[in-house]
Write a protein that binds this ligand. Structure first.
Ligand code: NAD
Length: 468
């Protein structure tokens, strides 16, 4: 079994205890990860703190380091991608793509300007608004896109001049540990520390006196705990939380033309994507055609071990999530929903669930009202667009949503009525490094990506120089 080490102060930190990491394609423990002690977390925090003065003082070095980090990730994508597939389940091609995506984020931020704005320069004073790093950042990530979501934090935080302690999910620690290991070559000691452990370790981080900022991606429930833990010390928080993204098809949409994109946006990473389409609203006139077009694609999808060539959808990542999806689907079916495709776990080891399309789901079903975060998509019938918009907005979530129609302008008008951080027209899940991403309502606080994501890792400082 290969040894996975944490990165503390630029060096491998030996495991004093370990925990098992399960391969979701088998349901068996595949490898083990270090279980950080409190002393090791302290060491990581103090290493990050000690690295701050030199790091924040040299912007040029930071940009070069981010470019070097991008190169390392591109060149080692295949190796790291295999580790990601082993622990996460996603097809190898997507895992390798995720590593390269993490590299793309490093590269993007290497070129982002850190603004200094002169807002007054006259006989009385020169007043400049500058952005200062907040200090040590505690970064906590979920199991669905461990590396990409870590890069969304690492790249802007480092560019701004902060240092980091990163903690991945206990379900997917190995790829992040590897990330820490390969970046030891290009980052000064202490600038990026990676520790692994259970949920307790996350709570220790949010309560730790050293970090000034917590950048968290995960569920709404944990996000609220993070906000509470940050409050006594007034740590800054960015929270990227869950979503229950609606996709509304307007009566002039063409089901056959949009079905591939719609299906892809719902089932990417097996539906375990914060801003995946999680419920479809179709007008009565198109309802049967939409259900059938999606069901056809669900039946044709190739499900299997992500390591196998040609597999499009791997297992659900972990047992609790697998059981949740199974329960949500069973409950909807017991209440009268019609299974247009899938509907059940696959009869094989591991956490495999057949890509599922549900029609005629009774009102109040949790598979519509809650975030299912798995390969089961409900299609809901509506009679008029106002009703669809009201149902789309009638939730605590507000991450993203989309509207699909032949008349793009009309679709954009409807999209602007959705209460969420990103609205797409005739597409969904189109994300990019320069495009800010965040949620309304319970889906989050603050945004990531683009210059706005960078600002979240800074405090504004006013430099006011009197002239007379
Ligand atoms: P989770 O909230 O269970 O765990 C996320 C991370 O928080 C893990 O590293 C976990 O160990 C840690 N954690 C758990 N308890 C903690 C505590 N008390 N204090 C600090 N850290 C703690 O979420 P998950 O199940 O890993 O991820 C799935 C969720 O993440 C979904 O709701 C999904 O929508 C959301 N998500 C959101 C985005 C986004 O950008 N908005 C992106 C991806 C995933």
């Amino acid at each position: 079994m290969p040894e996975h080490t944490m990165t503390i102060a630029g060096r491998p930190a030996p495991a004093e205890a370990t925990f098992g990491v399960i391969n979701p394609a088998t349901g068996e423990v595949a490898e083990v990860a270090p279980d950080a002690t409190r002393a090791q977390l302290d060491a990581a925090m103090h290493a990050a703190h000690a690295a701050l003065p030199a790091w924040r003082g040299d912007e040029d070095a930071r940009r070069k380091a981010l470019l070097a980090a991008a190169d390392v990730l591109y060149s080692r994508a295949a190796e790291i991608g295999r580790i990601l597939t082993l622990e996460q389940g996603k097809p190898l091609r997507e895992a390798t793509g995720e590593v390269k995506g993490a590299g793309a984020w490093m590269k993007y931020y290497a070129g982002v300007e850190i603004p200094r704005e002169v807002i007054q320069d006259d006989a009385r004073a020169r007043v400049e608004v500058v952005r200062r790093p907040v200090g040590v950042v505690a970064a906590i990530t979920p199991w669905n896109f461990p590396l990409l979501l870590a890069a969304w934090k690492i790249a802007p935080a480092l560019l701004a001049g902060n240092t980091i302690v990163l903690k991945p999910s206990p379900y997917t620690p190995l790829s992040s540990l590897k990330l820490g290991e390969v970046l030891r070559e290009v980052l000064p000691p202490g600038v990026l520390n990676v520790v692994s452990g259970g949920d307790d370790l996350g709570a220790w981080m949010t309560g730790h006196p050293v970090p000034r900022k917590i950048s968290f991606t995960g569920s709404v429930a944990t996000g609220k705990r993070v906000a509470l833990a940050a409050a006594p010390d007034l740590k800054r928080v960015t929270l990227e939380l869950g979503g229950n993204d609606p996709a509304i098809l307007l009566p002039d949409a063409d089901p056959a033309a949009v079905a591939d994109r719609l299906f892809g946006a719902a089932f990417l990473n097996n539906g375990q994507t914060c801003s995946a389409v999680k419920r479809v609203y179709a007008p009565a006139s198109l309802y049967d055609a939409v259900v059938e077009a999606l069901a056809e694609r669900a039946r044709a999808a190739k499900v299997g071990d992500g390591m196998t060539e040609g597999v499009q959808y791997g297992p659900v990542n972990n047992r609790p999530q697998f059981e949740r999806v199974t329960d949500l689907v069973a409950e909807a079916v017991a209440g009268g929903a019609r299974v247009a495709a899938g509907g059940e776990p696959l009869d094989r080891p591991g956490y495999f669930f057949a890509p599922t399309i549900l029609a005629d789901v009774p009102a109040g079903s949790r598979v519509v009202d809650e975030e299912q975060f798995g390969p089961a998509l409900p299609v809901v019938r509506y009679d008029d667009v106002d009703e669809a918009v009201a149902r789309a907005n009638g939730t605590h979530f507000g991450l993203s949503g989309s509207v699909w129609g032949g008349d793009a302008e009309r679709a954009a008008q409807v999209a602007s009525r959705l209460e969420c951080g990103t609205v797409w027209v005739n597409t969904h899940l189109a994300l990019a490094p320069h495009q800010p991403f965040g949620g309304f309502k319970w889906s989050g606080v603050g945004v990531e990506n683009g210059p706005w994501g960078l600002y979240g890792f800074t405090d504004i400082q006013v430099l006011h120089t009197a002239k007379s």
